[in-house]
Ligand binder design. Structure first.
Ligand SMILES: [Zn+2]
Length: 353
């Protein structure tokens, strides 16, 4: 069977790997869809923390159970499913305090082991692949009304939801995102659900138009720098001109971190959401921080309860992440899809293995 692996920066190859063999209690799942995402693009263009080459990738996926092992209910066969779950829970300091996304064991493992895959033995992680096996107990069967295109992105919604929950958004607030990618747009949608009006700030007019078209953004601002963004926010006269109550950074660059901090109103909150490279530093005006009493919060990953909340939102049709799919590509043409995503042509691409 075929799998796409990263062999180095900008070097993705579709190679033959052995099909997984399942044992008792396991299910063999045919991957039907796997999305390109911010994480897969980072893994495509540069070394990724904790990973050596070559390694598999692709995390937002859905499939169909094709075979089950001994002791597994045969009625699972033919069912559409996912197996995504964000993190394990162990007995470390953080897990017992309800923060499994900060798990000490997981972090230590990330630091000390450089995980790479072995295409010869078929030990390949990620879901840009034709088949995967999983313990049957982890198979989540999808209800009929929930499309694979929506279901495969629930983890993505869960991670955004985790961050959105870290800031206190109230009915009638104005929330602005610096960044109009899929993550920024999910933050806008979640903020709408909380009763806020939304502003999307980006440099790409096509992304902004899209954010407006799908109803994620009430207002869009095309700004090349912080001063321009400030100016245009002023024209909208949000909060008597003081600016948004909450600003969410959804890019992951030092300049957007600084911009988000600059744009928030006195007494407001900033969510630093985008992941940056280790060692990245930013500069803040501490006068603004102290005298304007700015709250800065961050977020990373998601917990099992975030996944449940995200599932509920998507299953009920309150968030439809399938709107972000800009096109479909077979696994053999994954490089084209990654390039389109990387160069901001379209939002996300569905790979059909
Ligand atoms: Zn733990």
């Amino acid at each position: 069977m075929k799998a796409a692996l990263v062999y180095g920066p900008m070097d993705v190859r579709v190679v033959d790997v052995p099909k997984p063999e399942i044992g008792a209690g396991e299910a063999l799942i045919r991957v039907k869809i796997c999305m390109t995402s911010g994480t897969t693009i980072k893994q495509y263009v540069r070394p990724y923390p904790g990973w050596g080459y070559p390694h598999g990738f692709g995390y937002e996926w859905a499939g169909e159970v094709e075979e089950v092992g001994k002791d597994v209910d045969k009625s699972l066969i033919g069912k559409r499913c996912t197996t995504s779950r964000p993190s394990q829970v162990c007995n470390c300091f953080f897990c017992v305090r309800g923060k499994p996304h900060l798990c000490a064991r997981w972090r230590d493992a990330m630091k000390t082991t450089k995980h790479s895959d072995n295409p010869e033995t078929g030990e390949v992680s990620g879901r840009f692949i034709e088949y995967v096996k999983a313990p049957a107990s982890l198979v989540n069967v999808l209800p009929e009304h929930l499309s694979s295109e929506d279901a495969c992105q629930i983890l993505y919604v869960a991670v955004a939801q985790h961050g959105n929950n870290n800031v206190n958004i109230k009915v009638g607030d104005t929330v602005a995102t610096v960044g109009g990618g899929a993550m920024g747009m999910i933050h806008l949608m979640l903020s709408h659900l909380r009763g806020a009006q939304t502003v999307c700030i980006d440099k790409s007019q096509s992304r902004l138009d899209f954010a407006k078209k799908i109803g994620a953004a009430d207002y869009i601002i095309n700004a090349g720098n912080t001063e321009e963004a400030k100016e245009k926010l002023k024209e909208l006269n949000i909060n008597e001109g003081y600016g948004p109550d909450v600003v969410i950074e959804a890019v992951g660059l030092p300049e957007t971190y600084e911009e988000a901090f600059e744009l928030v109103r006195r007494g407001g909150q900033v969510l630093m959401y985008g992941g940056t490279l280790q060692g990245t530093t930013v500069t803040f005006d501490t006068y603004h921080l102290h005298y304007d009493e700015i709250t800065i919060v961050a977020s990373t990953a998601a917990t099992p309860i975030d996944l449940v909340r995200a599932y509920n939102l998507v299953e009920r049709g309150m968030i439809k992440p399938s709107v972000f799919i800009s096109g479909e590509y077979p696994l053999t043409r994954i490089k084209e899809a990654l390039e389109l995503h990387r160069t901001n042509k379209g939002i996300k691409y569905a790979i059909i293995p």
